[in-house]
Design a protein around this ligand. Sequence first.
Ligand code: UDX
Ligand code: UDX
Length: 455
Amino acid sequence: MKICCLGAGYVGGPTMAMIAHKCPQITVTVADINEARIAAWNSDELPVFEPGLDEVVKSARGKNLFFTTDKVAAIREADIIFVSVGTPTKTYGVDAGRAADLKFVELCARDIAEHSDNSKIVVEKSTIPVRTAESLKAVLNANSNDGISFQVLSNPEFLAEGTAIEDLNDPDRVLIGGEETPEGKEAMETLASVYATWISRDKIILTNLWSSELSKLVANAFLAQRISSINSISALCEATGANVDEVASAIGKDSRIGPKFLKASVGFGGSCFQKDLLNLVYLCEHFGLPEVASYWRNVIGMNDWQKRRFSTKIINSLFNTVNGKRIAFLGFAFKKDTNDTRESPAIYVGRDLLEEEANLAIYDPKVTPDQMKLDLGAKVETDLGSKLEICTNAYDAAKGAHALAILTEWDEFKDLDYQRIYDSMMKPAFVFDGRNIANRKELVDIGFEVYAVGR
Ligand code: UDX
Ligand code: UDX
């Protein structure tokens, strides 16, 4: 069997590497239009940082795992084609800022139809609005060569960045949606048999196409909703003297609620939550359900408020002005153990502070300087040249700073020499802990003014 994947991003790359690693009998080819990205997948410096990914890639690369820019050859040879290209929120035209931009997915469908000489299974891996499979099928069938047919399956990815390898190795479930025809069922079985090589059959769920597509959106919406819920309570905790971590721990002990995804923070980021919530809102409006749309829209609203509340807290605490003051950012990625910055709260807090004429000194263990400049440059008009310093360690970032803002929960930030940091900062020295990871008592004893979310 031959598998190909279009799109070598955070999802396509690790997912295909795991399939190749677990199934030596299957040849897996990952194709991407981005030459630099493919070159990186073929080098020692992978384009995606994920704990454990290097080993998985190295175990299969060159044997049954290949990265290429030659999508035509990859499509032609494959029995199963995964579509894992980006589906960002539209930035132009009708429904900009709300609907998903499906142009890359459609281009893939056209490529597949044009270059296929035999029937194939096409798997939607990208998160897409419900009923996209139908459009995919229409494009595939309208453009296919004679005698060729396509089965479209939905197989959403539930991996989280930073734990992608664990999640792929031992997922809670694998969801496969397909048509309820004999051909559809056969295609679902074929894909299920690939996963069944290493995942127990009772975790592989077969549903109809629309249930599968919708489940992905709903899973992300529920997860995001928990974070917005606890973040809303963090504000109440600050007002009342309760401690949000203690509240989260107490409610999480209720087995009906459970302990996960109750960590108050500066706000959620990542490529999926906001996009999928917007998708869900759009869908509800489209189907004439404005109350449902507004319910889910508020989950995003609460997240925007939480990010803004954090930057406002910094500005207000620093005597209502950050103009010309150096603010050190510890962390820029949207969560620890990834180099991904998409929708990272650090970008929004950085934007707010730059608009107030602050100077930023940023340290993140994995995000490249170019990426930080790109992200912040896209948000503010000002010339970043003199406003932004990117540092190679936390101590350099803190030197001469008025405040330290912890934006990502990297483990190394727990064990810093905060006395050394304090000694090098302007006084009064502030810490704004957006992830509640620092030891508050230790910081207060050193002499810091400390703000931690929800405490
Ligand atoms: C994935 C899914 O595709 C997205 O829908 C989901 O919500 C999140 O995860 P991700 O892998 O994180 O996206 O995206 P990204 O890292 O941007 O990778 C997409 C890749 O597709 C890029 O490398 C891009 O170059 C490639 N691409 C895009 C193509 O190869 N062809 C195209 O036409 C467009
Ligand atoms: C998410 C989903 O978890 C995953 O199933 C889906 O496939 C893709 O989207 P991801 O965005 O990679 O994964 O990371 P996740 O761990 O869900 O974190 C998202 C954001 O929420 C991060 O910014 C994280 O810091 C934040 N978060 C998470 C909190 O603020 N509090 C929490 O309790 C959990």
